[in-house]
Design a protein around this ligand. Structure first.
Ligand code: MG
Length: 246
């Protein structure tokens, strides 16, 4: 029988709201190339419809948990994003009704193994591995939709060790949140607890072991995460396990 392997993801996968309510997290849908300047820095362009991929829920971590750099990658990047929390089931949702399906907004980091993603792009392979490692989806607490006056005027900020790397507002999003919900719902049924990461603005860059990443969305959503290498993380967990059993 295989030895137990340390796990880095949250065991519960529950999203907490600032009003104290909770929601089990469903599927995590991510959009790409939704900010023009970031699309350009990646050598692409904003298209009529955004690119879409999925992250596994096992990648989710909460505020202050550790981001683990996997040994399989040499180039892990940060991407700061506004995320939409879906509150009710819907398919083919009209743009004019789509706000009623958004239960709230939260801050997300779409952590990306850029070297693995580039290899996938070069070969026409899916991005699942590049985007799906454990700890690659930090999520903040969510703000109920009723407490957000305008989701298209929220500040997005990300700093590494205090140095600002990404600063933008959601006003630069190429699509409205209504258009995003409506479009995704033409592809797959949206369900309560689903999360839609709306893409990142320019300024993405590498993370290394020992960094501390801090980020914010508007005034309410904040994240702060130490970054460690996988060997460091598993070694630490192994020691902790040994201490417990010893
Ligand atoms: Mg992204």
């Amino acid at each position: 029988m295989a030895r137990g392997i340390p796990c880095h993801g949250s065991p519960q996968h529950v999203l907490r709201f600032t009003d104290g309510s909770e929601m089990p997290i469903g599927k995590i849908i991510c959009l790409a190339r939704t900010y023009r300047k970031h699309a350009e820095e990646m050598g692409g362009e904003v298209r009529e419809k955004p690119l879409l991929f999925l992250k596994p829920v096992s990648a989710v971590i909460s505020n202050r948990q550790t981001i683990v750099l996997p040994q399989k990658s040499r180039d892990v990047h940060h991407e700061v994003e506004m995320a939409l929390v879906i509150g009710r089931q819907g398919k083919n949702i009209p743009v004019g009704e789509s706000l009623r399906y958004i239960a709230g907004y939260c801050l997300a980091l779409d952590i990306t193994a850029r070297d693995i993603q580039q290899e996938a792009k070069d070969h026409g392979w899916p991005w699942a591995i590049a985007k799906g490692f454990d700890t690659f989806c930090p999520l903040s607490r969510a703000v109920p939709a009723g407490d957000v006056d305008n989701p298209h005027s929220l500040g997005l900020l990300l700093a590494v060790n205090g140095d600002i790397r990404q600063r933008a507002t959601t006003a630069s999003l190429a699509y409205t949140v209504q258009e995003i919900v409506a479009y995704v719902s033409t592809l797959m049924t949206l369900e309560r607890g689903d999360i839609i990461l709306t893409g990142t603005p320019e300024g993405v860059g590498a993370l290394k072991a020992g960094d501390v990443v801090t980020a914010s969305l508007g005034d309410v959503c904040h994240l702060s995460h130490p970054v460690v290498g996988e060997t460091q993380a598993t070694g630490k967990q192994g020691r902790e396990k040994g201490e417990e059993s010893g």
